[in-house]
Design a protein around this ligand. Structure first.
Ligand SMILES: NC(=O)c1ccc[n+]([C@@H]2O[C@H](COP(=O)([O-])OP(=O)(O)OC[C@H]3O[C@@H](n4cnc5c(N)ncnc54)[C@H](O)[C@@H]3O)[C@@H](O)[C@H]2O)c1
Length: 304
């Protein structure tokens, strides 16, 4: 590989993008998003009618998977599946109902003979406005936990039911930077996403011994309807453009104009779902520009 780099550098004193692309392809790597990294695999994605889930479904199909998109927004979900073509189909699945999660798994097996990838992705923000722990609304807490955390456990349980006998499969659960660090957004949401990461860690050992991997992805803020809607609860007067700026500029951790987009999370999911990640188990893949690994310590200047 080192000789290859030297050859490229000799031919092009300053290698341009085309030369680098040729080199990457020469080495057997591909940067293309349609490189069939999931060829022949069967996937179920919850919460796939819009946002990150929709982008993930598209990326999975582009990479050769057959995908069952599920959601509670039936018209939207059907339309997205139709756009994605014959390798995509839609089925209703309210993830707060274990029987519907089980049925989505069974549908994949009935239609395609197996389930290779279970992506427990659906989620809600819950109530964002909170003055103090004393104003915590436990009914909202229960609803948010049911949609974000209990659903992931149900998805792991029922995916494992069909994957373990085949000694093969990959489960991905969408968590959040809010599950890694306190204070990113409201406590209830953060607790629900910390529970998702906890579930991945709790089941990874048992499932790994049966050839099934379970991992989490923790995105940072993205200006989807979810991200904008969450902020709109806190800033009801703000316009959509202002809310978008808060996410894309205010919450941005990266310089150089790099903004976190739904496709970045979709590609992280493709990696975890692919055989390239065959030994990655129990991991929480944060996609956050470094947000959760760095905090400046308070360093008050010494008294004069
Ligand atoms: N956007 C962000 O800033 C961000 C950051 C970190 C994590 N996440 C997580 O990513 C996931 C999706 O986020 P998004 O930004 O794409 O949101 P989104 O609101 O655009 O999409 C979420 C989808 O989940 C569906 N859904 C909601 N409740 C459901 C239920 N009970 N059963 C089935 N489907 C249901 C919705 O109908 C919607 O289609 C969530 O788990 C969220 O917590 C988002």
């Amino acid at each position: 590989m080192f000789l290859g780099v030297q050859a490229v550098l000799r031919r092009n004193a300053v290698p341009g993008p085309a030369a680098l692309a040729r080199f990457v392809s020469h080495c057997g790597y591909s940067t293309a998003s349609n490189s069939q990294r999931l060829a022949g695999k069967v996937a179920v994605i919850t919460g796939a009618a819009r946002g990150i889930g929709k982008a993930t479904a598209a990326e999975f199909v582009r990479n050769g998977a057959k995908v069952i998109l599920t959601d509670i927004q039936d018209d939207l979900g059907r339309a997205v599946a139709a756009q994605l073509g014959p390798d995509a189909a839609y089925a209703r699945c309210d993830v707060t109902d274990e029987a519907q999660v089980a049925a989505a798994v069974d549908l994949a097996v009935a239609r395609h003979g197996r389930l290779d990838i279970m992506h427990n992705h659906a989620g809600v923000t819950g109530r964002m406005v909170l003055d103090s722990v004393g104003s915590l609304d436990l009914a909202d807490f229960d609803r948010t936990m049911a949609t974000n955390a209990r659903s992931a456990v149900a998805g792991i349980k029922h995916a494992a039911r069909v994957m373990v006998p085949r000694r093969s499969g990959c489960i991905i659960c969408t968590a959040s930077t809010a599950g890694v660090l306190g204070g990113i957004i409201a406590p209830t949401y953060g607790i629900s996403k910390a529970a998702v990461i906890g579930a991945v860690r709790a089941f990874a050992g048992e499932l790994g011994r049966h050839g099934v991997r379970v991992n989490a992805i923790s995105p940072h803020g993205i200006a989807t309807q979810f991200g904008l809607g969450g902020l709109a609860q806190l800033f009801p007067e703000a316009s959509e453009e202002e809310l978008r700026r808060m996410v894309e500029t205010g919450m941005n951790e990266m310089g150089g104009g790099t903004v976190l987009e739904v496709e970045d999370i979709a590609r992280a999911a493709v990696y975890l779902a692919s055989d390239e990640a065959k030994y990655v188990n129990g991991h929480n893949l944060v996609v956050d520009g470094g947000c959760t690994v760095w905090k400046g310590a308070n360093k008050p200047a010494p008294a004069q």
